[in-house]
Write a protein that binds this ligand. Structure first.
Ligand SMILES: Nc1ncnc2c1ncn2[C@@H]1O[C@H](COP(=O)(O)OP(=O)(O)OP(=O)(O)O)[C@@H](O)[C@H]1O
Ligand SMILES: [Mg+2]
Length: 363
């Protein structure tokens, strides 16, 4: 899968730009706050329909403007897909595929697969559980439409359930409504738990292999799915905690409270691992994400590396760049440091200055 070009109008600090990408390694360099990450955000958004920073559309549109537009051309297994996204201040995004409007944002999900890797991802092991759930969800939503549907249905019900809990405090008033919602919640929740279990098994295999090669060890890495609730006693538990939920006005049971634990040779990496160990596992996770998407979709995703190379030591940088194979990569960095110049081939290089992009050719 490759992105051939992108056009941005009134997107972040870009007024009007067109970038033709190389199908291999593209570097975006420039000082801080010039717009490097904004490019990756635009590419990520065309793949996932969301900002990787979790920004709202209104904040992404260029200051003082009403609309922002992204147009991008992708090629996947020899077929071209043209995606157009209009961001609007007050309304939902308007999205088109090959010139025709699509009804739901989710209709374009999965067309362009992207994996974004930023320094924040290097702390996925020690961050809160929501970061680890997000990793699972971002990957699965790109490769499994049923999962995407279950997850968005589940999240909607949790939100509605919480609203209901907030608006009532007498048990009898809401018991019947909760009964109906809880049945649906459990139905979608179980599908999420089952899919996550399968995914984490596949992930464990892949991460283990990569982790062994990066660390040069024979360490045994275990990914342990810490389910908040088991499929079998889901109904019992949610009923048992209903009074508690009414008092605290939130939903305390279900996969939105799941977590994942990583253990190397039996030792919890979050609690006892060194920073280096935690980063190696994080790197292995991201590389596995690429591999799993590639194996499922049959085409590798586009890799977006936001400022991440400078955060990795030489050995890990090299491992990452040498083991990704023929994959299109967009890399941001502040300078064209030697480490970038000497150690892998750059196919296109762009200098980013205050919302302007200029291709730099070899002297
Ligand atoms: N909605 C917007 N409209 C106009 N400009 C914006 C908008 N949102 C962000 N910006 C500007 O974009 C710039 C930040 O861009 P970006 O995050 O891509 O920088 P960067 O080159 O990645 O910097 P760094 O090296 O620090 O990561 C800032 O100057 C910010 O003011
Ligand atoms: Mg940046």
């Amino acid at each position: 899968m490759i992105i051939k070009y992108i056009e941005l109008s009134d997107f972040r600090n870009y007024e009007d730009i067109h970038i033709d990408f190389s199908d291999r390694t593209n570097i975006f360099f420039g000082d801080n706050a010039q717009g490097k990450t904004n490019i990756l955000e635009a590419v990520f958004l065309t793949g996932t329909t969301k900002s990787h920073k979790g920004s709202h559309d209104a904040d992404i549109i260029r200051f003082g403007k009403e609309y922002g537009v992204i147009r991008a051309l992708f090629e996947k297994s020899g077929v071209e897909y043209k995606i157009g996204i209009q961001l609007r201040k007050e309304k939902r995004k308007a999205i088109s595929l090959n010139g025709s409007p699509v009804k739901k944002a989710s209709d374009i999900l999965g067309i362009a697969n992207v994996v974004l890797f930023s320094p924040e991802d290097l702390s996925i092991i020690k961050s809160g559980p929501e970061k680890r759930r997000r990793f699972i969800d971002m990957t699965l939503c790109q490769i499994d439409k049923d999962y995407l549907f279950s997850l968005s249905s589940y999240n909607k019900i949790v939100n509605q359930r919480n609203k209901l809990l907030k608006s009532y405090d007498k048990r009898n008033d809401i018991s019947d409504t909760l009964d109906i919602w809880d049945d649906q919640l459990i139905d979608y929740g179980k599908r999420i738990i089952e899919r996550r279990s399968v995914f984490l098994n596949d992930l464990e295999r892949s991460v283990n292999e990569i982790h062994k090669s990066i660390s040069g060890s024979n360490d045994d890495l275990v990914i342990d799915y810490k389910k908040n609730v088991n499929e079998d006693d889901y109904k019992e538990k949610i009923r048992a905690r209903r009074d508690r939920d009414i008092i605290y006005k939130n939903t305390s049971t279900g996969p939105h409270r799941d977590d994942v634990e990583f253990r190397i040779n039996g030792i919890d990496v979050k609690k006892y691992g060194s920073q280096g160990q935690q980063r190696t596992v994080a790197l292995a996770l991201k590389m596995s994400e690429v591999n799993i998407i590639k194996d499922t979709v049959g085409d590798p995703p586009i890799l977006l590396l936001d400022d991440v190379l400078s955060e990795l030591d030489l050995k890990r940088q090299q491992y990452l760049l040498e083991n990704l194979g023929n994959i299109q990569t967009l890399i941001t960095c502040t300078g064209l440091d030697e480490f970038v110049n000497n150690r892998f081939e750059i196919n296109k290089c762009f200098k980013v200055t205050n919302g302007n992009i200029e291709e730099v050719k070899d002297e």
